[in-house]
Write a protein that binds this ligand. Structure first.
Ligand code: AMP
Ligand code: MG
Length: 495
């Protein structure tokens, strides 16, 4: 093993590096390349609490050196993880962590284990033509979105901190280099399994599957059909994740199989976007000219990626079992999506024509270019009384008569459930967020950070988005649809 930097801070972290104890075919040992003059951009106490890290630790001078690649926490054992993948539907061969390094796994006092994964940590054996770096702009986007998704109740990697340094990093222009420390129970991806399938090292596929099952699906460890059930559970988690993305109006943007978490977490935030105006053809990634990962395609892409995983597991997974899980993916996704949309509409009971009620509202929203997040939030104010015209709401729609026709069906449906408007609104406000991480909000934080080294907006957004369902006095502007400049932000894979 390589010698490590010595480190005198963060002794409180209890490392238990299960992944780097696996055979070294799964990773390469590598040290972070420090950022010069590292300084702390943002620290997230909410994620820190997950690893029992006190807020005072972030004030220590060693802290930015530690998560800027200069020092290692005692007990770390840094590795770059190997994976292959399918990108934009095409087999891409070997990828691997080209700029992120797993520092190690920390076990908290509750016994839970968290990967400390440092993105932008410098060259690794998997860097290919890349520079191993991340820029402050993309780091802020990933940092904020991880917390925003968590706030929305969607499984995701978490964000501990950002450290920036005096290192120019060339993208379309020269930008500031930075590192993001993100956390998850594991960063293993579908592509981690593909690696050994395509290398024809099937025993390593099994070893990795046994590791993941042992760590994260222990109830399956002694089952005769453990691989089939494992695949089934991954498919189900992925289905639920996709349903949540669709219901909240989130597009990932680069749903390559190497960006698909084996735990069904939202992973690797790049050119993601939340819907502003409802448009199912929304493409959030400006490099995605064909709309491969357009919003409405994402459920199918999830299916495609699961097929990639099934192929990787095929030495131990029968075709029929795989197909049964894939069929279940579609069924679970559809049912979960409908259940989530029903909640967004404040409906409690499932009825046969719910799908039509949801679809017709979305069609009206699309035709009227209505803001997705804000309409659902406002729908909480809908009144079910028979003489109720729902005046302010109908004005959201250019075709008000069409809305009236829909509203009559909705009113009838609500009356049949027989609950008070106020009670329904309270319930709807817990599932329809007031705030989401719209691109222009992130952009404003990015500009203040990159132009003025003013990081206050990052912290403000993080705190706001951790509880996006509660209206905050004085924060009304954060719920506004994008201003004109905010509609034209170019977000691409370049990060
Ligand atoms: P992504 O599109 O961010 O999921 O990255 C796809 C692959 O490209 C992964 O193997 C990354 O590690 C690698 N990669 C992306 N950007 C860089 C970079 N600047 N330097 C090295 N590798 C990179
Ligand atoms: Mg990736």
């Amino acid at each position: 093993m390589m010698p490590l930097h010595t480190m005198a801070t963060l002794e409180t972290l209890q490392f238990d590096n299960t992944y780097s104890r696996l055979p070294d075919v799964f990773y390469r040992r590598v040290l972070p390349t420090p950022l010069p003059a590292p300084h702390l951009v943002s620290f997230n106490p909410s994620a820190a609490a997950l690893i029992d890290l006190g807020q005072d630790e972030a004030r220590r001078p060693e802290f930015p050196r530690c998560f800027g690649g200069d020092l290692l926490p005692t007990g770390a054992d840094p590795v770059a993880m190997l994976y292959y993948g399918h990108q934009f539907g095409v087999y891409a061969g070997q990828l691997g962590d080209g700029r992120a390094i797993l520092l190690g796994e920390v076990r908290n006092q509750a016994g839970e284990k968290w990967d400390l994964h440092l993105k932008g940590a410098g060259l690794t054996p998997f860097s290919r033509d890349g520079d191993g770096r991340a820029v402050l702009r993309s780091t802020i986007r990933e940092y904020l979105c991880g917390e925003a998704m968590h706030g929305l109740g969607i499984p995701t990697t978490r964000s501990l901190c950002i450290v920036a340094g005096e290192e120019p990093v060339l993208r379309e222009t020269v930008e500031t280099g930075a590192m993001l420390l993100r956390m998850a129970p594991t960063h293993i991806r579908f592509g981690s399994f593909e690696a050994f399938y395509y290398r024809r090292q099937h025993d390593h596929v099994a070893l990795l599957a046994d590791y993941v099952i042992g760590q994260f699906f222990p109830h399956l460890a002694h089952e005769a059909d453990k691989y089939a059930r494992f695949f089934g559970e991954v498919a189900e988690r992925t289905a639920r994740l996709l349903a949540q993305w669709q219901a909240v109006g989130f597009a990932h943007g680069v749903m390559n199989s190497d960006n698909m978490s084996i735990l069904g977490l939202t992973l690797d935030y790049g050119p993601f976007g939340f819907l502003d105006e409802y448009n199912p053809a929304f493409i959030c990634n400006h490099s995605d000219h064909q709309g491969h990962y357009a919003f409405q395609n994402q459920p199918d892409v999830g299916y495609f990626n699961l097929r990639c995983l099934a192929r990787a597991l095929s030495p131990f997974l029968g075709q029929q079992e795989a197909q049964a899980a894939l069929d279940r993916y579609e069924a679970v996704l559809a049912a979960h999506y409908e259940a989530l949309m029903r909640e967004k509409l404040g409906l409690r009971e499932a009825k046969p024509d719910d799908a039509a009620l949801i679809r017709d509202l979305l069609e009206l929203m699309q035709a009227g270019r209505v803001d997705y997040t804000n309409l659902f939030r406002a729908l909480g104010t809908f009144r079910q009384g028979p003489d109720e015209a729902n005046e302010p709401l109908r004005d959201w729609f250019p075709d008000r008569e069409a809305f009236d026709a829909w509203a009559a069906r909705y009113q009838e449906r609500l009356r049949a459930e027989g609950r008070r408007d106020e009670e329904r609104k309270a319930r709807m406000d817990r599932v329809n967020p007031q705030y989401v991480l719209r691109n222009y909000l992130a952009q404003a934080a990015i500009e203040r950070a990159t132009q003025h080294k003013d990081y206050a907006e990052i912290d403000r957004l993080r705190e706001l988005l951790l509880d996006p369902f509660t209206e905050r006095p004085g924060m009304e502007a954060y719920a506004a649809p994008p201003p004109d400049w905010g509609k034209q932000i170019i977000v691409s894979c370049s990060s």
